[in-house]
Write a protein that binds this ligand. Structure first.
Ligand SMILES: *Cc1c(COP(=O)(O)O)cnc(C)c1O
Ligand code: SF4
Length: 348
């Protein structure tokens, strides 16, 4: 049993860990006993989308393996600077979907609130890597406009806190925001899209669990892991604690060349997630964002992988393979996509 006094004196250790993330790709390589010349491609030292890797995540990478699937997700390499036709700055039409600054209202009954532009990790494939956050997240002084919008549309039943990563915000601010959401009677569900329980599991602390447990809203947390090596004991403990306060746990992944584009890795991911109490939800096809073309998996190969997954796993462990299309009323199942074999879409 944890007393209130204990909760109060406990320092938010995760904030320190967040600040101490690895920002220098050469340091990351050194920690892994790798030299830049051991990699097939040049490592980028200065990139507009900076290197950012929590140490807890780096600790799960294999030492001495330049092809490690976790390393590949976060290490900036020269391929990012290669021009690729069809790769654009805003592949999913987010800017056009902005209802008020910081609120994306694309789909019926759900609205997405960009609570912050910050993330604990910088994923090189991220479709928001080019997103002009500075002007368009619902910073504290602008939550008023976002809340007004949500209050004024009775068709919205679910609010999705996204970003960036909403859990990079402190608990006082989050609790304040969530309390304001609870006061909006037509809202039933609160969904968080976050990578923190995976990349920085200490984020799931008593303060976070406290306001989640108290909320009248039904709670869904969609975490984001792409490879079974991301799920270690501390991650399992973090997601179990979330489940313990009544949170439904789902995972979204992105199909990434050289990371998880084979059946073994994806079956292992589904099994590891389920063992931790998390159900696979989406497996996104890559969004064609500038700088991410080296992660592309051709759609024919993606569909082949899905067929193999269906044949290997119980139905409830098969994620839905989808792409996000600008202007569409929902994410589109990969099987329904038509046209040439081009890149396919993602969200957290
Ligand atoms: C992905 C997404 C959602 C949620 O879609 P679900 O299919 O309910 O998971 C909502 N709003 C936006 C803008 C999204 O990109
Ligand atoms: S929004 Fe999600 S996928 Fe993108 S960099 Fe942040 S944590 Fe990674």
């Amino acid at each position: 049993m944890i007393t209130q006094a204990q909760v109060r004196v406990q320092p938010a250790g995760w904030q320190q860990e967040l600040a101490q993330g690895i920002a220098d790709p050469l340091e990351l390589l050194r920690l892994l006993d790798l030299a830049p010349r051991m990699l097939a491609e040049h490592v980028l030292i200065d990139t507009p989308f900076a290197t950012k890797v929590p140490r807890a995540f780096a600790a799960r990478m294999r030492r001495g393996d330049p092809g490690d699937p976790l390393l590949r997700q976060v290490l900036p390499i020269a391929a990012e600077t290669r021009a690729a036709p069809g790769y654009v700055a805003d592949p999913v039409g987010d800017l056009a979907a902005e209802a008020v600054p910081g609120v994306l209202h694309k789909y019926e009954a759900r609205a997405l609130l960009i609570a912050t532009g910050a993330c604990a990790v910088h994923c090189r494939y991220c479709f928001r890597r080019q997103f002009p956050y500075a002007g368009s997240h619902a910073a504290r002084d602008r939550w008023a406009a976002a809340l007004d919008y949500l209050r004024g549309d009775g068709s919205i039943r679910e609010v999705i806190l996204s970003g960036g990563d909403p859990l990079t915000l402190g608990d006082a601010r989050l609790a304040e925001l969530v309390q304001a959401l609870e006061d909006i009677r037509h809202l039933q569900r609160l969904r968080l899209h976050t990578r923190l329980p995976i990349v920085l599991p200490t984020r799931v602390d008593d303060r976070l669990l406290g306001w989640l447990a108290r909320s009248r809203l039904q709670k869904v947390v969609v975490v984001h892991a792409n490879h079974p090596n991301e799920i270690d004991d501390r991650v399992v403990e973090a997601v179990r604690r979330l489940a313990g306060v009544g949170v439904t746990l789902l995972n979204q992944a992105v199909l990434l060349a050289g990371v998880n584009d084979e059946v073994g890795a994806l079956c292992g991911l589904s099994e590891a997630l389920f063992a931790a109490g998390v159900l696979p939800y989406y497996l996104h096809l890559l969004d064609p964002v500038i700088g991410a073309s080296h992660f592309d998996v051709p759609r024919s190969r993606a569909l082949q992988i899905m067929g193999e997954l269906r044949a290997s796993l119980p139905g409830y462990l098969v994620p839905r393979m989808v792409r996000e299309l600008a202007g569409s009323r929902a994410k589109v199942p990969a099987e329904l996509l038509s046209g040439p074999d081009v890149h396919g879409g993602f969200g957290s």
